[in-house]
Design a protein around this ligand. Structure first.
Ligand SMILES: Nc1ncnc2c1ncn2[C@@H]1O[C@H](COP(=O)(O)OP(=O)(O)OP(=O)(O)O)[C@@H](O)[C@H]1O
Length: 693
């Protein structure tokens, strides 16, 4: 209001004469003059009409104005907004108003002329603003009036359509810009979006909208976008996406661990190798600060300083790795950093190649061994390495049993050497020149076991061989059949086996006449058959049949004297198939081997020695060549020597530690852990359950 009102106006008081009013009207050319009291407060307004009415009524010029005033005066405050003033003027009976401040003092008046001037100023401002917006727009804009004549082209439209505004102003749109129908929008009054238009060799996308003035059509606007540009962006976006995907794949298959942080040290990317190393899913670390994932990281520091750090050693979980950290510089500014952990160095690759060669040698060795076995070259009691009294006694007993005909049952934990004993029994028996046939009852699928055991008659079932097939019992005729993992045999088959043991005869699947055989049965299991019998899982009669002579092979931990002789035996075996020349085991390594608990028994020891030979860098196997879990367990055992626990509880404690260490070494992978320990997965689960892991 302050900007549009007429200030510095004279005022009348109620006692002033009509003459004084005439003089003021002449001086000011106002349509009304405010009337104030002695305190300067507004009391009314004397308009020209009031004055004319007084004179027409015969009043003299000397009469006071008091009786002719308009008392109902429209007032506004000096700070009133433009919209309020418009409303006030519209409703004012005199077409003007008085500006009165909060104290009631008159500050000026505003008239319709003031209003119009203000309106002009406002509309000028508005159109300047609009023009600035149009010109700054990235999209092209063409406006037409209600007759379809071009009224405006912004700079973007000029460049998109290739025509300067001044050349088309006032011309019919359809004539200048063929192919785009703006008329329909004007006829229907409805917006049309996404219209495709080709003009001046460009593909364009246009939105058309009518311009309405109080619901009356005043023209239309066409907003134009370059489709070629959009398509270009889409293509670029696609290629960036493809590039990103390719990069991601490349980084994910990279052997080294890679992590990227932003300028604040927050992780923006890690590859699969790094995620595996951290033991976390990539999605779970994105957005986290690098130090919350890798405590001793310096990547955030490089992202701050911009100073690269290459080929440095950094410790993770007790192991040193070679790391490099490089800043990412974008337009001269450090935007983050990329870190790389090198998991494999050239030396390790050489080592891998060496191990591969070893594996090949080993394969050849086993191939030869297999061929030898095929021709009847089996373990004998002499080749079963042992110095312990308990094993020597056992071998003696076994030798004695071997000479007879009775069924022999071999009991013992997995990896103790049950199969070795079975072979040695065969080789020490009068049947040594007959066949030695092994059946792993746990490995043959249940539905095949019967035909595997007893064979089938010609044409016994669809898909069967025409001439029939002899079963393992028939193949073992005149020799020994070794039934490994007998505790895993189904009850149905147990009944059939019982008949063979009792009557020395059986029926082939689909056969008519029973087949008689002369076979020595050696069975083995690491399961607790007594518990199985009690639980009804193993036939008691079969149990007694098998249990004629039972040989219990003690676990390795119960005969520690055997550990080093066995280790040396495996060492020379490894040397021969790996082509290595490791001459021995040093005292520290020997001490570790001797004090370890060996849950996987001799098989585990064999694995450990083979691994150590692979890792050994010197002439003898040292403590460092042994797997970490073995070394760690030893320490734990040492720490516990002062404890007064019973042997059993200390042993289970130690076993628990071993399991934990193996699982840790295998990164939680149970198959791997079972392999490390030289036991089956099911055995591992059993032990884990027992240890509450
Ligand atoms: N006294 C030993 N002398 C030489 N090698 C042995 C001896 N005891 C066991 N081994 C070796 O340990 C490994 C395991 O032996 P074997 O397969 O006979 O055990 P197992 O008790 O039958 O195991 P599972 O119950 O898991 O079948 C074999 O590679 C064997 O060569």
């Amino acid at each position: 209001m302050r900007d549009i009102m007429t200030a510095d106006i004279p005022a009348l008081s109620a006692g002033d004469t009509l003459k004084r009013a005439v003089e003021l009207f002449r001086q000011t050319r106002l349509d009304g003059i405010p009337v104030i009291d002695d305190a300067g407060q507004l009391t009314g307004l004397l308009t020209r009409t009031n004055l004319f009415d007084a004179l027409l009524a015969g009043s003299t010029l000397e009469e006071p104005i008091d009786g002719f005033l308009t008392r109902r005066v429209v007032t506004v405050e000096p700070g009133a907004p433009y919209r309020q003033i418009v409303e006030t003027v519209k409703t004012s009976p005199v077409g003007m108003g008085v500006v009165v401040d909060r104290s009631g003092a008159v500050r000026g008046v505003f008239t319709k002329v003031d209003m119009i001037m203000a309106l002009f100023r406002e509309s000028d401002l508005l159109s300047a603003r609009l023009r600035a917006i149009y010109q700054a727009m990235h999209n092209g804009l063409v406006s037409v009036d209600d007759a379809g004549k071009v009224t405006m082209l912004n700079a973007a439209a000029e460049s998109l359509l290739g025509i300067p505004e001044k050349e088309v102003l006032g011309l019919a749109f359809g004539q200048v810009f063929p192919g785009l129908d703006l008329h329909r929008v004007m006829e229907t009054g409805c917006v049309e979006v996404g219209k495709k238009w080709e003009f001046a060799g460009r593909k364009l996308l246009v939105n058309c909208t009518p311009v309405l003035d109080n619901e009356k059509l005043a023209g239309a606007l066409a907003i134009i976008q370059d489709l070629t540009e959009l398509e270009q962006v889409a293509v670029e976006l696609e290629s960036v996406r493809t590039l990103q995907h390719t990069l991601q794949t490349v980084l994910d298959i990279a052997y080294d661990g890679i992590a990227v942080v932003d300028a604040k040290g927050k992780i923006t990317f890690i590859n699969q190798s790094m995620a595996d190393f951290m033991g976390l899913e990539p999605e779970r670390v994105i957005g986290r600060h690098i130090t919350s994932v890798v405590e001793n990281s310096r990547l955030h520091i490089v992202a701050r300083t911009g100073i690269p750090e290459t080929g440095q050693l950094q410790q993770f979980g007790g192991t040193h790795y070679v790391v490099s950290r490089l800043p990412i510089v974008e337009q001269g500014r450090v935007a983050g950093a990329v870190g790389k952990i090198i998991f494999r160095n050239p030396e390790e690759i050489k080592e891998l190649a060496r191990r591969l060669e070893n594996l090949e040698n080993r394969l050849n060795y086993y191939r030869k061994e297999l061929q030898k076995n095929g021709s009847g070259n089996f373990y004998t009691f002499e080749s079963i390495v042992s110095v312990s009294r308990v094993m020597k006694n056992l071998k003696r007993e076994a030798l004695q049993a071997a000479r007879g005909l009775s069924t022999i049952m071999l009991r013992g934990e997995s990896g103790t050497g049950k199969e070795l004993f079975a072979q040695a029994v065969h080789m020490a028996s009068p049947r040594r020149n007959g066949p030695f046939i092994k059946v792993n009852c746990a490995a043959v699928p249940e539905q095949l076991l019967e035909s595997e055991f007893f064979g089938y008659a010609p044409g016994a079932f669809t898909g069967a061989r025409k001439e029939g097939k002899p079963g393992r019992f028939e193949l073992a005729d005149g020799g020994t059949i070794f039934l490994d993992e007998i505790g895993d045999m189904s009850l149905g088959l147990q009944a059939k086996l019982l008949r063979v043991l009792q009557d020395r005869e059986f029926d082939r699947v689909g056969g008519i006449a029973p087949v008689r055989i002369n076979v020595r049965v050696v069975a083995a299991t690491n399961r607790n058959l007594e518990e199985m019998v009690a639980a009804g899982e193993f036939r008691a009669d079969l149990y007694y049949r098998l249990n004629v002579i039972t040989l219990n092979i003690p676990p390795l931990r119960e005969r520690p004297e055997d550990i080093l002789p066995l280790a040396h035996c495996f060492l020379s075996k490894c040397n021969s198939f790996l082509g290595t020349g490791i001459t021995g085991i040093d005292a520290a390594a020997a001490a570790i081997l001797k004090s370890y608990h060996w849950p996987g028994n001799v098989r585990e020891l064999e694995n450990v020695v083979e691994r150590a030979v692979n890792f050994a860098t010197g002439e003898v196997i040292k403590a460092n060549d042994l797997p970490m879990y073995l070394r760690r367990v030893r320490k734990t055992e040492g720490e516990q020597t002062g404890m007064k626990n019973s042997l059993r509880s200390r042993m289970s404690e130690t076993e628990r530690e071993i399991l934990k260490a193996a699982l840790e070494e295998a990164g939680g992978n149970k198959t791997k852990a079972a392999h490390i320990l030289g036991i089956s997965r099911s055995r591992l689960y059993e032990k884990m359950k027992k240890a509450g892991l």
